[in-house]
Design a protein around this ligand. Structure first.
Ligand code: NAD
Ligand code: ZN
Length: 287
């Protein structure tokens, strides 16, 4: 813990003097304690007719092209799960980190559940690199505009089909074509407009600290963020109950792997950051 405090102190000083960033990168694990299942494990499966599909098959443009109703049903079911969930102690700790660090703080999240923003993180310092399930956009890309899922479209129970009213409402208000969920699918590429790709890369390249939480590193941009930050010499901390590519990375570059759940580890880290920032009284941190 001493090394962690020393390294955190050094990195926080670095943030203040060199405009470096403290970057928090979260995955589905941070929302597991709010009751939202991660993609790994049996709850990830979804049946369409008599077939079982994995998220890697459902969350694709290919599947949306073949069976848009089935894909919308899956997302509207997950929308209900996300809306019913409440932010947990891990989310609240990330809010505390932003309150302490101000403009030195960036949150990059793979989660589409919106719990970070509901907990209180500011939208302009949060990059939702896989989108947000509460929004839809034009599937024909007539504009990049996002639309809230219309109120008349209610979240679904498992196996509950779409109604004609749902189909009518899940349309682009601008051109009338089909709307799609505002999420990055497994067979699509990151971009800046919808997913803050370049911004995330730039932030990673300025990281003094990278705190990764609850991500298995299965997707491409998070791994790039990890590698870029490590190359810049960032202090890497990984929080996860299981070893994963980010815990390997942390250990390779002299960082720390905290083997545990987000709801317990993050409040302790947030407290350490607050204590250090207070001690060093860095003006640009607004203290
Ligand atoms: P993942 O499902 O691949 O992995 C989750 C990770 O969280 C695992 O490494 C697991 O060990 C860890 N974990 C489980 N419980 C934890 C806890 N209490 N505290 C800390 N860590 C915990 O998730 P991923 O890497 O984020 O990637 C899956 C993709 O699926 C993402 O791109 C994301 O967009 C999407 N997804 C999002 C949500 C959500 O928005 N909540 C949920 C499921 C999947
Ligand atoms: Zn349109």
């Amino acid at each position: 813990m001493h090394t962690m405090m020393d390294k955190l102190t050094h990195a926080i000083r670095n943030c203040a003097s060199e405009q470096a960033q403290i970057v928090v990168l979260t995955g589905a694990g941070v929302s597991a304690e709010s009751g939202i299942p991660t993609f790994r494990g049996p709850e990830g499966y979804w049946s369409v007719g008599s077939r079982e599909y994995r998220p890697e098959e459902m969350a694709t443009a290919r599947m949306f092209g073949l069976d848009p109703d089935a894909v919308w049903q899956w997302y509207l079911y997950r929308l209900g799960v996300c809306r019913a969930a409440q932010p947990n102690a891990g989310h609240r700790a990330v809010v505390q980190m932003e309150a302490t660090l101000g403009s030195c703080f960036t949150l990059i999240t793979q989660n589409v559940d919106g719990l970070h923003s509901r907990a209180g993180n500011s939208d302009h310092r949060t990059y939702q690199i896989h989108g947000y399930i509460n929004y839809m956009r034009c599937a024909s890309e007539c504009s990049p505009e996002l639309y809230t899922i219309p109120d008349e479209v209610k979240p679904k129970q498992k196996r509950e089909p779409l109604s004609d009213g749902d189909r009518k409402a899940l349309r682009c208000p601008r051109c009338g074509d089909r709307a799609r969920p505002h999420v990055l699918w497994f067979d699509e590429c990151y971009d800046e407009t919808h997913y803050r790709y370049q911004s995330s890369i730039e932030t990673a390249a300025h990281a003094a600290i990278l705190l990764t939480v609850g991500t298995s590193g299965a997707t491409n941009l998070p791994m790039q963020v990890g590698i870029l930050a490590a190359r810049r010499g960032a202090f890497v901390i990984d929080v996860n109950p299981s070893p994963n590519p980010f815990s390997d990375l942390a250990q390779q570059v002299g960082g720390i792997f905290i083997q545990g759940v987000a709801g317990e580890a993050l409040p302790r880290i947030a407290k350490s950051i607050a204590r250090i920032s207070h001690q060093i009284r860095v003006p640009s941190l607004g203290l």
